[in-house]
Design a protein around this ligand. Sequence first.
Ligand code: TYM
Length: 394
Amino acid sequence: RRIVLSGIQPTGGVPHLGNYLGALTNWVNMQPAADTPDHRVFYSIVDLHAITMPQDPATLRRNIHDMAVSLLSVGIDPDRAVLFRQSRVHLHSELAWILFCKTPVAWLGRMHQWKTKMEAMQQQSGLQIPANATQAEATLSLLNGTAPEQNAPSSTSSSTSDDTSAATSNLNTSGPCLGLLAYPVLQAADILLYKATEVPIGEDQVQHMNLAVDIARSFNSQYKKDVFTIPRGVYATGTAKKIMSLRVPTAKMAKSDPSDQSRINLDDTPQEIMNKIKRATVDSIRGVTYDAVNRPGVANLLRIHAAVRAVKEPGCVESTPEGCARVFSEYDNAQLKKAVGECIVDGLSDVRDRMVRFKKDKAYVEEVLRKGEEKAIVAAERTMRDVKRAVGFY
Ligand code: TYM
């Protein structure tokens, strides 16, 4: 049996080129000829994951719909794939709770994404964690909102002697929420709930994937039953695993980057794409070479070009960054950027056309999601029965 599962956050409403090349092209390719019990694919708009950071309800509602439009536009086919909103399949939350109780907190403090977000919040709030604190101490101190005299909002800073209220207001205003720490366990629940064998994802999700495997193994061994299938991450081939920001080519292209110039969104107009690539950070070395270490900006453009070409014409000379560098070796920066920009415009033109079409048909999109949710619930309930039996709820 092949069961494929993956998820994308609705944040921003429209995927960026990193999502597309790193994960979504694999989502499309992994769809079976037909949805059968032996080969099923589940693709989820993971809206529960989107509320771990401050959020606005109207924006979230719109983004969830726009993400469904985007996924249909990149080629997710409702006859071959089960497309659904995570929050509509309540068993994700239910399994997550059970897994919370089976996951040592220490496993979570190690996650890079948590650490990065925690560091950002630490900087914003001015909370000082001693350099010699252990990972567990640092995590706990952030969760507790300790060091209240530095962390409290200015209006309440005079009341820092009242420990309890200061700690509570810290958590509400600037500290990370419990959900942000627990996020990877919910992700494990997403995967294990369908007994997924394969999970198409980008390289930034390796740690979360390994955690899902660890949780599955430890649950099975604790209850001496193969309740969960051990899943395997499927990563994009070639250079698409990690697409970098156009502005800071040593950081990944991300929806959370405040600068829209840092990413290409799948609904950008040809003009916007050309402009963003024109402004992309490169270096002033003459000629085009592929050198990921010393020329990260140029390397990122070559990788993007290669990955976009590889979608349409796998195996062609321009489907590797080295091949692109050979073809463009005599180009100056302006010529390189023009070639890369045009390649992206061409590579995304079908997606953009379909987006215009699906955007007009709200009722159809809603119907696809609703049907997907019905199917997802049936599959999820089957696993939950095994889980509950193992734990002792029956
Ligand atoms: P998210 O929404 O950030 O990203 C969706 C997918 O896009 C990949 N990706 C990238 N690939 C290459 N280069 C990049 N710059 C880049 N940025 C993002 C991600 O690896 C991902 O595959 N936690 C997940 C969502 C999730 C999930 C799941 C995934 C929740 N539950 C269960 C798989 C299975 C996330 O935030 O992805």
